[in-house]
Design a protein around this ligand. Structure first.
Ligand code: HPA
Ligand code: MG
Length: 274
């Protein structure tokens, strides 16, 4: 901070302030683009971190908390497929933020798994992008630290949503036989966990195959009433109870080709309803 120390300082400050204004006017007259007031912000970020990070990763249980009043970013600020122009309200979590957060989660996972190889169980279809990016970051960390872990990826397909409503049961599409998990250190990778019912049922099913260890990575966890106990060990973002699409999350199979996570508009819901 500037402080006047001598009478000369006070004199020069009282001279220089009007001089600045005069100089500004001159520059504007001469056609300079000059902004005397700061331009209004294009967006205000209200992401908050839940808790200080702790060595045992318990601070990971909520991830980055996005508050209920987060309005998202205006669509004008980002690029997205033109065909979804009327179908999304805002960019809720930009793709770049998702990527960086995923990189961070990869680091936690590496630390926790130690020297154990990772058997990844990717929950399709919504989890395919998060899983691919997460595994890629794990591989990069391995290369950069000379600590190569073998990562195997298997897939399980679940379906529990019609339109934007959860259906009750765990529907495994395809084989229920997960015997390849026996004795392995398993990382279940899911894009979104909301009521936790599906994840609870899946965990119970996975446990029957006697893995050595099971952890869950969820990019998004929804803040819903009567939330089941926190089943997700590595959380990207805790979000309000809103229906979001993009980054492989769908609404009746649409929007998987959108890179950002966005809030669907009324028009979008009507257009793709079944
Ligand atoms: N979007 C897409 N799929 C989902 C959601 C959601 O908000 N919640 C559970 N499955
Ligand atoms: Mg879905």
């Amino acid at each position: 901070m500037w402080l006047a120390k001598t009478p000369l300082d006070i004199f020069s400050a009282s001279f220089s302030l009007p001089f600045c204004e005069w100089s500004l006017k001159r520059r504007q007259q001469n056609g300079h683009r000059f902004y005397p007031d700061p331009a209004p912000p294009v967006a205000t970020i209200v992401f908050t971190q839940s808790e200080p990070l702790q060595m045992d990763n318990t601070g990971m249980k909520r991830g980055i908390v996005i508050k209920d009043d987060w309005p998202g970013y205006s669509l004008d600020l980002f690029t997205y497929p033109e065909h979804y122009h009327e179908d999304i309200e805002n960019v809720y979590i930009p793709h770049g933020v998702i990527m960086n957060r995923t990189e961070r989660l990869a680091r936690y996972i590496m630390e926790d798994f130690g020297d154990n190889n990772i058997m990844v169980l990717c929950v399709l279809k919504g989890g395919y992008k998060f899983c691919a990016d997460l595994v890629e970051f794990i591989k990069v960390f391995g290369r950069n630290s000379n600590k190569y872990l073998e990562t195997r990826v298997e897939f399980i397909r679940l379906k529990s949503y019609l339109n934007d409503q959860s259906t009750e049961d765990l529907h495994i599409i395809g084989s229920r036989d997960l015997s390849f998990l026996r004795g392995k250190c398993v990382l279940i990778v899911e894009a979104i966990v909301d009521t936790g019912k599906t994840m609870k049922a899946l965990l119970k099913h996975v446990e029957t195959f006697e893995p050595k260890m099971v952890k869950v990575a969820g990019l998004l966890v929804k803040r819903v009433p009567n939330m089941a106990e926190r089943l997700t060990d590595y959380v990207g973002f805790e979000i309000p109870n809103r229906f979001v699409v993009g980054y492989a999350l769908d609404y009746n199979e649409y929007f998987r080709d959108l890179n950002h996570i966005c809030v669907i508009s009324k028009t979008g819901k009507m257009k793709y309803k079944v």
